[in-house]
Design a protein around this ligand. Sequence first.
Ligand SMILES: Nc1nc2c(ncn2[C@@H]2O[C@H](COP(=O)(O)OP(=O)(O)OP(=O)(O)O)[C@@H](O)[C@H]2O)c(=O)[nH]1
Ligand SMILES: [Mg+2]
Length: 424
Amino acid sequence: MFVDRAEIVVRSGNGGNGIVSFRREKYVPAGGPDGGNGGKGGDVIFVVDTGLRTLMDFNYTKLFKAENGADGQSRKSSGKNGGDCIIRVPMGTVIIDKDSGNIIADLSDKDAKFIAAKGGNGGKGNTEYKSSIRRTPTFAQAGFKGRERELILEIKSIADVGLLGFPNVGKSTILSSMSKAKPKVANYHFTTLKPNLGLVEVIKGKSFVMADIPGLIEGASDGVGLGHDFLRHVERTRLLLHVVDVSASEGRNPIDDFTIIMNELKEYNINVYNKPMVVIANKTDIIFDEAIREEFKQFIEEKGLKLFEVSAVSGKGLKEAMKYVTTMLDDIPVEEIFEVVDIEEDNYDNNPFAINIEQDGDVFVLSGEGVERLMYSTNFEDYDSLRNFETVLKRRGIFDKLKEMGIEQGGTVRIFDIEFEFYD
Ligand SMILES: Nc1nc2c(ncn2[C@@H]2O[C@H](COP(=O)(O)OP(=O)(O)OP(=O)(O)O)[C@@H](O)[C@H]2O)c(=O)[nH]1
Ligand SMILES: [Mg+2]
């Protein structure tokens, strides 16, 4: 089954904690602080891998984690940074933030790279808190948290190979016989109104995505028979399989069919016209005029195009055609077959200093990552550390906010399950 959409969860690494440590040397009774900083958490980074075609692998792995940074060490050694998590995706992958529904990245370039989740910074060790008035800081800073987010991946490229031709020539039959796709097949025109995608693998390990494009008719380049909509699908393929009913079962001559379609391609867009093309002469099982078939064969070969004579219902000749196509694709770059999409701003409120205040009766409750880390960083038995705790809250305007909200001297502030009395 061809998968062009996947949902995954990514998680960047937490920053390591800074630590409290003091030099311990022989004959030096009270050494200075030497606690090192925590290492940075790893990022989650998307990169393009031009060898990939589908998002199939994301069916098996759903969670992608970067490493956490290590805690600091004594002797002012910083903790090791966490390793990044590199996610390889096919070119043309669009990344959508599941929460907001915004498109946040468009990896349509072979060198495209996108950091979807930044790792948290490491916390500072107690060495960093040393100052002229605080010679032996007994507190350190907790590491900053990484970030977890749900993402949707989508590929906009519709296929490597597009089956095109007049209606009813057997395009959907070819797709269903060469892949697990089950497009509707019926003996009338415009059975297919939207492309169906199938994964074709006739050479092991070398699969490609094939689409049956709705039938084109004369005037398609002017919009006749939804021509424009259909032709747009062809634009985003690397190779065209031009299918012709060589049995002339509907009374048209295959050379005319071929010529009309080529004219429409040229009118529509010269780049489409110039795409690599392989010709499939289909319905060879019901040929009643060998001359028509022979004439068509000559006509195509004179153009220097490769022709395969097949029967899609019996499957005869199809495998060889697909093998040829597989090899041909090796030499056709996945260039710019993608539409440019509008990228929304990746606005994520990732303020690691954020502190929320809520009122619970008379009690003022502080929460948020900022306060969580501050708590973790504080040594409540230590006067200096407590002073630092207070200073940080003041500096971030929390005291002012509390007063605005009407806290009295001696009022209660709660952080997690610890309650403090408020004095300004
Ligand atoms: N005898 C014979 N009939 C075929 C062959 N290939 C397809 N058909 C028949 O031709 C009819 C049309 O086949 P489809 O595969 O639906 O054709 P299509 O090109 O996808 O048609 P649209 O989607 O309408 O453009 C069906 O009745 C098929 O069974 C073939 O090799 N031999
Ligand atoms: Mg069809």
